[in-house]
Design a binder for this molecule. Structure first.
Ligand SMILES: [Zn+2]
Length: 351
C-alpha cells in the first residue's frame, strides 16, 4: 500500500513525498487511507510505540529542560524528532536565493541543505496548584522517532492523569497527535482541554481545510490528525479567545497566520515571563527575516507576518523568554531587536 510514511529513523523519504503528491493529484489517495497510514492501526501499536527506543539516537530524545519562571516551574519536554527533505523549500520557500544563501551561511547551515531534523517540544508548567501541558506532540503512530512525550513525562514522575490542563496551540499533527490515544480516548483523562475557537472551527470543517490548505501529502497528514483526534474531544474541549485566562498566571494570546487560531501562551509569575511561541517562528532565520513564511503558514503575508512581528516585538520589549517548538531543543531563547527585525539568542546549550 502506498502511504505517506516516516522511515525507521523518522525520516520522510523524498521520493515518498513526490509519489504521494502525484497520487493525490491523480485522485488516487483517499483521506481514510491517509488517516490509517499515518495514525493507525490503533491502540496496540500506540502502546508499543510509546515505549520503543529510537531506532537511532535522535537529537533531543530523552531530554527535558527545566527552569523557573518566577514561582512556576517550566519544563520543556521533547516528544522526539522527525526529518524532512528540502528544508529550504519547507522553511523559506519564498526567500530570494542569494539572501537565503547569506542567511544559511551566517547560521552555519549547509547549502544545499539536504534534511531538516526538527524537534517537537511541548511545555509543562507547574504552578504549584495546577500542571498545565501545552501541546501533546506527534502521539502514537507518527514518526518512530517521535511520540515519546508520555515516556518523557513519566521520567519526570508525571503521569497522564496528573495533568490538569492541556492547551492545544493549534491543530497540526505534531501538536494534537498526542491529545488522544488514536482510538477515541483522551490521553489525559482528568484534564481540561483548551483550544482557540477559531482553530477548532477550522480543523473540524473539512471543506474549509480543503479550501485553505494546499493539496498534497502534508494536507493529508493534517486532515488525518484533525479527524482522528478532535472529534473525541468534542464534549470536553473549552474554546477560548484572545486574552483568556487559562489558569491564574497563564493566558492565551491569539496568534493567527500559521493557522487560523494559533495560540501563543503567556506564562507570567513574580515578574518573570515566558512566551510559548508554538510555530510563530520555526527557525532562528525567521527572526531576521520575518517576511519569509514557511510552507505550513496558511495565511500569508497577513495575518502571519503581523503576528510574527507582534510576538517578536512583545518578547524583545518585555525581555520575556520565548520557546519555539521547532528550533533545536530546548528551543528556548531571548529575542533582541536588530534593525527592523530581530535576532535569536539561545539561553540554553544546543545539542
Ligand atoms: Zn509544529
Amino acid at each position: 500500500m502506498d502511504r505517506f510514511s516516516f522511515d525507521r529513523q523518522g525520516r520522510v523519504p523524498t521520493q515518498d513525498l513526490t509519489r504521494r503528491a502525484l497520487l493525490h493529484r491523480a485522485g488516487a489517495l483517499g483521506a481514510a487511507a491517509a488517516t490509517l497510514a499515518v495514525f493507525g492501526p490503533g491502540p496496540t501499536r500506540a502502546r508499543a510505540s510509546q515505549g520503543t527506543p529510537a531506532a537511532s539516537p535522535a537529537a533531543g530524545d530523552t531530554q527535558s529542560y527545566r527552569f523557573a519562571v518566577g514561582g512556576f516551574t517550566a519544563t520543556l519536554v521533547t516528544d522526539g524528532t522527525a526529518a524532512f527533505p528540502d528544508p529550504t523549500g519547507i522553511l523559506f520557500p519564498t526567500a530570494p536565493p542569494d539572501e537565503l544563501a547569506r542567511a544559511l551561511r551566517a547560521h552555519g547551515a549547509p547549502n544545499p541543505w539536504p534534511e531538516w531534523v526538527t524537534p517537537f517540544t511541548p511545555l509543562l508548567v507547574e504552578t504549584g496548584r495546577e500542571r498545565v501541558l501545552i501541546d501533546t506532540g506527534f502521539g502514537p503512530g507518527g514518526a518512530p522517532s517521535a511520540g515519546r512525550l508520555l515516556t518523557h513525562l513519566a521520567a519526570l514522575g508525571v503521569a497522564p492523569d496528573e495533568i490538569d490542563v492541556v492547551v492545544l496551540s493549534h491543530g497540526h499533527p505534531d501538536h494534537i497527535g498526542g491529545a488522544t490515544d488514536g482510538a477515541g480516548e483522551a490521553t489525559f483523562p482528568n484534564a481540561r482541554y483548551l483550544m482557540a475557537r477559531a482553530e477548532w472551527e477550522f480543523w473540524t470543517d473539512r471543506a474549509r481545510i480543503e479550501a485553505d490548505v494546499a493539496p498534497g501529502p502534508f494536507r493529508d497528514l493534517q486532515l488525518g490528525a484533525a479527524e482522528t483526534h478532535l472529534p473525541p474531544l468534542r464534549d470536553r474541549i473549552e474554546l477560548i479567545g484572545d486574552g483568556a485566562e487559562i489558569v491564574p498566571g497563564i493566558a492565551a494570546i491569539l496568534a493567527p497566520g500559521h493557522s487560523p487560531g494559533q495560540l501563543v501562551v503567556d506564562v507570567a509569575s513574580a515578574g518573570a515571563r515566558l512566551l510559548y511561541g508554538a510555530d510563530t517562528v520555526a527557525h532562528p532565520i525567521h527572526l531576521e527575516h520575518p517576511e519569509w513564511r514557511t510552507v505550513f503558514d496558511i495565511y500569508h503575508p497577513e495575518p502571519s507576518l503581523g503576528t510574527r512581528r507582534r510576538i517578536l516585538n512583545l518578547a524583545a520589549e518585555s525581555g520575556a523568554l520565548l520557546s519555539a517548538y521547532h528550533i533545536p531543543f530546548p528551543g528556548l531563547g531571548r529575542v533582541t531587536a536588530a534593525g527592523d527585525a530581530w535576532r535569536w539568542e539561545p539561553v540554553a546549550p544546543q545539542p
